[in-house]
Design a protein around this ligand. Structure first.
Ligand SMILES: O=C(O)CCC(=O)C(=O)O
Ligand SMILES: [Fe+2]
Length: 278
């Protein structure tokens, strides 16, 4: 589908909101990274009880329209997110091993950024336990940097399987590891399961910045990133193939997370043990 002059993968729960198509509002970063800004979003209606809806179907959502129209602001925000993503990945590489930030930063030099503005409209007669705005999923990115407005509602799933509220703080950004980095790090960095629960009868806005490897990149955990497991738990795969896999299997499945990186690239069912990142 097309929205705002850009093609959008409608209905995906992850981050693939733009295609490789270059459009007028692409920015090329000096480092060789590029960013695609989506100034309008469109997510298929009725994917999730009509709570997550498109910008274009919400002409009265003043804040969102203003944000989308202010392309200078959107571009500046995207550029800052690109810079921040690079800084975050340096920290993550340092955590993975001594001097790995020098050795492997180059692997991320062609990363793209996608910006998605999510607008949630809950029903007026919302019940106390709330309504699901976005079902449990993992992001397909390397990392996602997320802003949520004061309404709150973002929840992370703990290792024990409990949902933990990520309290809203308009001065803070949340950072998620995505599936691509989970695979690249041989599962040492875990892609977080998350969802959105709406508890208040007010519109909710979030801005998600997805930082992703280039489509054609073959993802294979480097030898000294493989870590304590001593063997790779994911077979090599082309980034775009995983994105297509998710798009195909998730259409209409906002509430399912079964089709994740483990299902796509885990080397064998034997790897589905308690140590397997899920
Ligand atoms: O709206 C939120 O807080 C979360 C959005 C999200 O997880 C996503 O767009 O992938
Ligand atoms: Fe997400």
């Amino acid at each position: 589908m097309k929205a705002g002059g850009m093609e959008i993968a409608g209905g995906g729960t992850g981050d693939r909101v733009g295609t490789g198509e270059k459009e007028a509002n692409d920015l090329t970063e000096p480092s060789g990274c590029s960013i695609t800004f989506l100034t309008k979003i469109q997510v298929e209606q009725n994917m999730n009880e009509n709570t997550l809806s498109s910008l274009s179907s919400q002409p009265d959502s003043g804040d969102l329209s203003k944000l989308a129209d202010s392309s200078d602001i959107v571009q500046e925000y995207g550029s800052k997110m690109m810079e921040l993503s690079k800084k975050i990945v340096v920290v993550l590489l340092k955590c993975l091993g001594d001097r790995l930030e020098f050795k492997y930063l180059d692997e991320f030099s062609q990363c793209h950024g996608y910006l998605r503005i999510n607008n949630y409209t809950p029903p007026e007669d919302i019940e106390a336990e709330g309504v699901e705005g976005l079902g449990m999923h993992t992001d397909m990115s390397c990392i996602t940097i997320l802003y949520q407005d004061a309404t709150g509602g973002l929840q992370m799933r703990s290792k024990e399987g409990d949902w933990v509220d990520l309290l809203s703080n308009e001065d803070a950004l949340a950072v998620n590891i995505g599936d691509l980095l989970q695979a690249w790090s041989n599962g040492q960095l875990r892609s977080s399961k998350h969802r959105v629960i709406l508890k208040q009868p007010v519109n909710r806005l979030s801005v998600a910045f997805f930082w992703c490897f280039e489509d054609e990149k073959v993802i294979l955990a480097p030898e000294d990133v493989v870590g304590g497991r001593k063997h790779r738990i994911y077979k090599p795969f082309v980034c775009l193939d995983y994105i297509k896999f998710r798009e195909n299997t998730e259409k209409g499945r906002f509430d399912k997370v079964g089709y994740n990186i483990n299902g796509f690239a885990a080397i064998s069912a034997l790897n589905y043990d308690e140590n397997m990142p899920t």
